[in-house]
Design a protein around this ligand. Structure first.
Ligand code: 5GP
Length: 115
């Protein structure tokens, strides 16, 4: 256990269960335990970057990989009519888990602006 350890690190290490829908060397995708849409999947880097604001220039390729993983996972989930991708960053952004994650929300029409 390190200071960067979160519930998502435990999911990566399979210490707590999650409904994992995709995995590769760099990323993991699993269903959100408290879905805000019919389909709500989280895509996370295996590297424990706490939040988007902590990403560095050396994370350039990883950041691109995460976005392309979103696309791949959304396609596999059948979200052909569109979807929303959300990154909550820090306190004002509403982030509650300090491990960077991209929300994929789909299966219903999204409203704008978000709350
Ligand atoms: P945030 O508010 O930080 O952007 O999003 C954190 C998300 O993680 C929330 O949507 C919350 O429901 C989800 N979450 C928190 N704990 C767990 C968990 O143990 N398992 C899964 N699958 N999702 C979780």
């Amino acid at each position: 256990m390190t200071s960067q350890d979160t519930i998502f690190s435990k999911i990566i290490r399979r210490e707590i269960p999650a409904d994992i829908v995709y995995e590769d060397d760099l990323a993991l995708a699993f269903k959100d335990v408290n879905p805000q849409a019919p389909i709500h999947i989280l895509v996370i880097p295996k590297q424990p970057i706490p939040k988007l604001a902590d990403a560095e220039s050396g994370d350039h390729a990883l950041m691109g990989h995460l976005l392309l993983t979103v696309k791949r996972v959304a396609e596999a989930a059948g979200l052909t009519n569109g979807y929303r991708v959300v990154i909550n960053n820090g306190n004002d952004g509403g982030q509650t888990v300090d491990h960077l994650h991209l929300h994929i929300l789909g299966g219903r029409h999204m409203k704008w602006p978000p709350g």
